[in-house]
Ligand binder design. Structure first.
Ligand code: DC
Length: 431
């Protein structure tokens, strides 16, 4: 059995540890705090008088006593270390030892060795990018520096420590800078990591959300049915051989867990072209009218299409899509609600926001261009391009204003992808 790996990364003070620990408990998996390993190295170095800047000496020290850094071995000395390990001093020292590539290599090897069935939840800075680039699920937890400083301030105040708010904020900014700008494994969001912004939400809610995604990602992936396999295989072959076709950003698509892909809509080619190129089985939300013709209706139904009702039934019209997402599946949706060849993006309908909020599903934006000119693309006069974006966190509330605002945010992301496409083709105009 392959171990299930949940990678949680993010800056200091965003709620990473609380979330990771909470999720691990709910999933019944061990929790590994990789930051504690860096802190333990710093502790050992300070204790033995090894300079935090001396990489060779640090590596030699780790090689002499690797057990101390293993989370199992660590637990023996944890008790006495606990207080120091969580101090700001330890964090500072850890962030300095974390700058050395050779030392990181040692720790990364130990971290990888911990992935044994049934799996684990590991948190850190480079878990989804370096330690487990093929993790089953990646979550990037973040919050504004101000929100993180405020939390830290309240934490210290509760402990009876008198501290200065501004000083904490400055410290957090400095640590971010060091973690993000270092040459080896800097803190960056993995391209397929779901963003979990904890600025406006409580710890409990963050644990709920992350556990929801993770428990669905742990389910075995349904085998792709023959109709879908044939249809998508045929579409990919068609695109590859007969069209001038380019696809970008597939590495931003999470392979497991619930997902909505939201794309602009130009032509009836969009659902098959976008769907067939996604690395997982998609379900398609389509206007109920399309199912009226019995033959065509049966065909698209066999190809994972779900009818959606609009107008007065809009609220229940998304039920089919909700069912797919509640089982951990993936749905392709066109927020503009109709085909649009104007060249401008239309304002979105609220459906994408409502669906994401109701099922707490992340949304990956997608942008397609050129699909209204299939013939010209076959003559290599127009390039059809599809670009995918990283998954956005779902809206927290299902109320009208919030889901509408969220749908607009999704369209903004689609527009940004289109600008990215145009920028990229500036130097490489289609022939
Ligand atoms: O998560 P933490 O605050 O305990 O981490 C302490 C320092 O360790 C942090 O500033 C950067 C470093 N670190 C790292 O470089 N890579 C990791 N996977 C975890 C922590």
């Amino acid at each position: 059995m392959k171990p299930f790996v949940l990678a949680i990364d993010g800056p200091a003070g965003a709620g990473k540890s609380t979330t990771a620990r909470g999720v691990a408990r709910r999933l019944g998996l061990p929790h590994v705090d990789s930051g504690a390993m860096y802190r333990a190295v710093a502790w050992q170095a300070l204790k033995q008088g090894v300079s935090l800047e001396d990489e060779a000496a640090l590596v030699a020290m780790v090689d002499r006593a690797p057990m101390l850094l293993d989370p199992d071995g660590m637990s023996a000395v944890r008790e006495s270390l606990e207080h120091w390990l969580h101090s700001a001093e330890a964090g500072e020292a850890a962030s300095r030892v974390a700058l050395h590539p050779g030392l990181r290599q040692r720790l990364v090897a130990m971290q990888r060795a911990l992935a044994r069935p049934p799996g684990l939840v590991m948190e850190g800075r480079d878990i989804g990018t370096v330690v487990f680039p093929d993790a089953d699920l990646k979550i990037f937890i973040s919050a504004t520096p101000e929100a993180r400083a405020e939390r830290r301030f309240l934490e210290l105040e509760a402990k009876g420590e008198r501290v200065d708010r501004e000083a904490i904020l400055a410290q957090i900014r400095e640590r971010d800078r060091r973690d993000m700008e270092r040459a080896t494994s800097p803190l960056v969001r993995a391209r397929d990591a779901i963003l979990l912004d904890t600025t406006g939400i409580g710890a409990e809610e963050a644990v709920d959300l992350a556990s929801h995604w993770a428990s669905l990602a742990m389910r075995p992936v349904r085998r792709i049915g023959p109709v879908y396999a044939f249809g998508s295989g045929f579409t990919r072959l068609f695109a590859r051989t007969l069209l001038d076709f380019e696809i970008e950003g597939l590495d931003r698509i999470p392979r497991k867990g619930p997902l909505i892909v939201a794309c602009n809509h130009i032509s009836f080619w969009d659902p098959p072209l976008v769907g067939a190129h996604l690395p997982r089985e998609m379900h398609f939300v389509a206007k109920a009218e399309l199912f009226h013709n019995p033959l065509f209706g049966a065909l698209i139904r066999a190809y994972n299409s779900i009818p959606i009702q609009r107008g007065p039934q809009a609220r229940t019209g998304l039920r089919g899509a909700e069912e797919v997402l509640s089982a951990g599946g993936a749905v392709l949706i066109f927020p503009e609600g109709t085909r649009n060849k104007s060249g401008e993006l239309f304002a979105p309908r609220a459906g994408v926001g409502r669906l994401a909020a109701a099922t707490r599903t992340p949304v990956a934006p997608a942008c397609i261009t050129g699909s209204d000119q299939i013939r010209r693309s076959m003559r290599r006069q127009v390039r059809i391009k599809i670009t995918f974006g990283s998954p956005m966190m779902p809206p927290g509330q299902t109320d009208r204003d919030e889901v509408r605002a969220y749908a607009r945010k999704v369209m903004d992301q689609i527009a940004a992808l289109r600008a990215e496409q145009e920028g990229a083709s500036g130097s490489n105009r289609s022939r």
